[in-house]
Design a protein around this ligand. Sequence first.
Ligand code: WAQ
Ligand code: MG
Ligand code: MG
Ligand code: MG
Length: 257
Amino acid sequence: ANTNTPTLYSIRMRAAQGGPHEQGGKHISGGERLVQSPDVNQAVLELMDKASNHSRGPFDFLNLIVEEIPWEELKLLPPLPVQTEQVASVEAGRDLALTLVGKCGVSPAAGKLGLQLIQSMGHVRGAVVLDAHTGERLDDRGERGVRVSRLDWRPGSYERWLDQHPGLTNPRTKEALALATKVSAAPGAVAELCWSDDPDYVTGYVAAPHLGYCRITRLKSPGEEHGGRVFFIHRSVDLDTYLTFLEQTPVWIGWED
Ligand code: WAQ
Ligand code: MG
Ligand code: MG
Ligand code: MG
């Protein structure tokens, strides 16, 4: 093997309680990284750390997959611009979320369905894909949802981004901004709505190609374990192309040196 060129690896982690997800276990934590060979050990440790002492509880099942990715497939995307909207209540936050997805082209009916879905999501470890016009669910992933993977910040780029956004040091923002940037770049993307399923984190966001990444400080009450992600898309887009981009295409977030 050529030892001069580092290998690119995708790393995926998912942890559950009560057995594996596919046997009905409760989703505890998931994570995905895309790093060069010298950084794999560190990334695996960080994923183990993420799943351990989790606010959703301990896991009794953890699955870790490490696989080589051809460099030729790698794409580089700059992160979406970020803004933060302070809201006084969950109701105000969800109203704002509806308004924002509406501005991006999601119908009022579809927007409401998206909100209701996330409110009732408890153990889906991925996202639900909805028709931005009708609100009909378009993916066939059932309880599993669609898991966006093969993404990470390009080495050095997150540090550069943090210099420009000194207040936003939370690793959740780091992860969610990377994910939202990839989701917004997918063919047919209209808007994404997200808040965490972790009971201790109430800030969520709406993201879209023209809107950028709009953080909303309250989208649920503390202690709430319902949370998730909805991807609104144009019905006309080919679903296989869309899902292949989210699940398979390797993406680094950031900039060339
Ligand atoms: N692909 C698809 N869906 C995912 C993925 C993924 N890679 N990761 C998480 N989800 C879904 C899944 O249903 C989770 O249960 C749900 O989203 C919430 O994931 O301050 O922490 O990791 O800038 O708990 C927003 C950050 C944080 C706002 C959201 O979500 C900010 C968060 P969590
Ligand atoms: Mg998680
Ligand atoms: Mg996450
Ligand atoms: Mg979570």
